[in-house]
Design a protein around this ligand. Structure first.
Ligand SMILES: Nc1ncnc2c1ncn2[C@@H]1O[C@H](COP(=O)(O)OP(=O)(O)OP(=O)(O)O)[C@@H](O)[C@H]1O
Length: 255
């Protein structure tokens, strides 16, 4: 088991934001995290990745309690692609991606062939090799997002957390990034808003509503018309795609 969360709760002042969430993610699985705005997806991802401490419950990654793993050791196996992550300084695309190697390097070790191979591979994976000399500040929103994903891939993680990785991307790159994530030999937990993309690319889906886990399972079992009406408040028809067999959702509220 790659990631196990037991009874995680977290809140701010008197507001409970993540409520008693338990889940298990197996090695190599792509788990989708869906739910309405404010349902707690980002908060849960940050708890799972060890970026926030839960008020109750615990998370283990590869069998180790993350509260007991040192930051650097955690960063050698866990990478996090944040929503709207910013890189302020005027550095090149290549330099941003090189930062992904930081947890694997010591003060004494120079830049090694393995570091270069990881950076080159990550740039190629997201289709950014041709822009590697460009200043990060001059990139479009979608290009920046792809560079942040490349930085996470350069980290060579065994567990990858992605918070809305497709929100600035055109449809070609949305599909390409999710295909890449799925094909990596890495356990991935990805918060997504697009239910059709979640259905196409996730092995399993977890649904959050008001901070609580309300459903989990395969896309076929989770993405029902009733769940979409109850959790997302839209009317939809769900049927298997004739092209790939996964559920496809046709929204008809208000049309
Ligand atoms: N540090 C904080 N202090 C106060 N409230 C917070 C804090 N972090 C999150 N929240 C609140 O917790 C709720 C869940 O936020 P979170 O960002 O986890 O939701 P989300 O499902 O990722 O939302 P979205 O789909 O809009 O990105 C929101 O109501 C948010 O305002």
């Amino acid at each position: 088991m790659s990631v196990v969360a037991d009874h995680l709760s977290w809140g701010v002042k008197r507001k409970a934001i993540v409520k008693d969430v338990s889940l298990r993610v197996t090695d190599g699985e792509t788990l989708g995290l869906i739910g309405p705005n404010g349902s707690g997806k980002s908060s849960l991802l940050r708890l799972l990745a060890g970026l926030k401490r839960p008020d109750q419950g615990r998370v283990t990654i590869h069998g180790k309690d993350i509260a007991a793993i040192q930051r650097r050791a955690l960063a050698q196996s866990v990478a996090f692609v944040q929503q709207n992550a910013a890189t302020e300084t005027s550095v090149s695309v290549r330099d941003v991606v090189r930062l992904g190697r930081t947890p694997h390097r010591s003060a004494l070790s120079g830049w090694r062939a393995a570091d270069q191979a990881a950076v080159d591979g990550a740039l190629a994976r997201v289709g950014m090799t041709h822009l590697q000399d460009q200043s990060w500040l001059t990139l479009s929103g979608g290009e920046r997002q792809r560079v942040h994903i490349a930085r996470a891939l350069a980290q060579s993680p065994t567990v990858l957390f992605l918070d809305e990785p497709t929100n600035h991307l055109d449809i070609h790159h949305q599909i390409e990034i999710l295909q890449t994530v799925r094909q990596l030999n890495v356990t991935s937990i990805v918060a997504l808003h697009d239910l059709n993309l979640a259905a196409m690319f996730c092995d399993r889906i977890v649904v959050l509503k008001d901070g609580a886990l309300v459903a989990s399972g395969t896309p076929e079992t989770v993405l029902t018309e009733d769940l979409i009406a109850n959790v997302f408040r839209v009317a939809a028809a769900v049927s298997p795609s004739p092209h790939h067999g996964r559920p496809q959702i046709h929204f008809h509220t208000g049309v």
